[in-house]
Ligand binder design. Structure first.
Ligand SMILES: Cc1cc2nc3c(=O)[nH]c(=O)nc-3n(C[C@H](O)[C@H](O)[C@H](O)COP(=O)(O)O)c2cc1C
Length: 387
């Protein structure tokens, strides 16, 4: 096997080893995919300042996120259907994150349940909630996350209705996949995936099936999901959920200064500046472009995390140097998981940490806490002039 040195190497292996419908589900944005593309290309616009003759010994990437000690200020983002990228994917990713020393976030739309992940890990993980119309279900899942000892609730605000992703419709995405002829032909070349999948019981949305009333089969689940994301979610409802949870809360999917101010006013431990990896509002600006304005507005009141577009340790450095307190990664670790399971997630984390550490040193800094605008060359019009 070729030597793996980048997240892109993992992505190629992910593509080769994973059924097309799940790889495409990961590697796509909504509509024209403009926002998806710009999330990464906008990072390239920012350049770095090379500094020399600075003592670069004893470097550290260790930090804190919402008061938790972390090996680097990075968390694994919630990713739905992770257990379809690789059997028991959420458990594998959570274990890799735990060993590495960074938070793992479990999606509401995961294949492995909260209880599955809690049973296979020792440290608390974060739980991501989508607000559903079925209040009994929402109350129940909040209680389950509390019982499992989750240390933060990540409330996602940018997916109350689904941005259309053409590939998912064309591929007929389901979990588990429906065995049509094209799907079977594809699976025939993905034998490793199939063998592992045969050995696990975890093949559908286990946070939901058996927990929401009347959901026992896949067909009813599809209907339930389409009908259940609550389009009435507003700041009052967010306050209610915050009260019900009673613990640390992170509001994810904030991309606008006005919304960031509201989030700070409602009160939260952190916000995640995010456009859902370009999967929701196509045409929205990239997260990295929106970050400086949001930091100016609320950076002194809440912790500000950023996701969408991070594919390297250099991207992490750029976000931190602009002022983010930490980042989340989605596809970067999913590529690792799809490529090589738990070891692949660890490889993705190692690649990112090494890139961050080396880049930090070449910029003349020894500690992530010391990263600031002085290490960056940011185009004067980076944030853009939009009327
Ligand atoms: C395949 C996939 C599934 C996702 N599912 C969820 C989800 O269930 N809940 C959520 O809050 N965000 C979800 N996201 C968004 C991620 O949490 C994160 O915001 C995004 O992946 C960041 O962009 P990046 O992939 O470029 O790092 C998903 C992203 C991907 C790629």
């Amino acid at each position: 096997m070729a030597v793996i040195t980048t997240i892109d190497d993992l992505k190629r292996l992910h593509k080769r080893r994973t059924p097309k419908m799940f790889y495409d589900y990961c590697e796509s944005g909504s509509w024209s995919e403009q926002t998806f593309r710009e999330n990464t290309s906008d990072f390239d616009l920012i350049r770095l300042r090379q500094r020399v003759a600075v003592d670069m010994s004893n470097r550290s990437t260790a930090s804190q996120m919402i008061g938790e000690e972390v090996a680097l200020p990075l968390a694994l983002a919630p990713v739905g259907l992770t257990g379809m990228q690789r059997a028991d994917g959420e458990i594998k990713a959570a274990r890799a994150a735990e060993t590495f020393g960074v938070p793992f976030t479990l999606s509401t739309m995961s294949i492995c349940s909260i209880e599955d992940v809690a049973e296979h890990t020792r440290k608390p993980f974060w739980f991501q909630l989508y607000v559903m119309r079925d209040e009994e279900f929402v109350d129940g899942i909040i209680e389950r996350a509390k019982r499992a000892g989750c240390s933060a609730l990540v409330l996602t605000l940018d997916l109350q209705i689904l941005g259309q992703r053409h590939k998912d419709l064309k591929n007929g995405l389901t979990a588990p996949p429906r065995l049509t002829l094209p799907v079977m032909a594809d699976l025939a070349t993905k034998w490793r995936w199939g063998l592992e999948m045969l050995r696990t019981e975890r093949k559908t949305f286990r946070n939901i099936v058996g927990h929401a009333k009347g959901i026992d089969t896949m067909d009813s689940l599809n209907e339930w999901t389409a009908a259940q994301f609550d389009p009435r979610l507003d700041w009052e409802k967010i306050r209610q959920i915050k009260r019900k949870w009673g613990g640390k809360i992170i509001l994810k999917g904030v991309l606008d200064v006005e919304d960031a101010k509201m989030a700070a006013e409602v009160g939260c431990d952190a916000i995640v500046v995010s456009n859902h990896g370009g999967r929701q509002l196509d045409g929205a600006l990239s997260s990295i472009r929106m970050l400086p304005g949001i930091l100016r507005a609320v950076g002194d009141r809440v912790e500000v995390l950023l996701d969408s577009g991070i594919r390297s340790g250099q991207d992490v450095l750029k976000a931190l140097a602009l002022g983010a307190d930490g980042v989340m990664i989605g596809r970067a670790y999913i590529h690792g998981l799809g490529a090589m399971g738990e070891a692949g997630v660890t490889t993705a984390l190692e690649i990112i940490r090494k890139e961050l550490d080396t880049t930090m040193a070449l910029c003349g800094k020894r500690d992530v806490a010391d990263l600031d605008r002085s290490v960056l060359l940011v185009p004067e019009d980076f944030e853009g002039r939009w009327a």
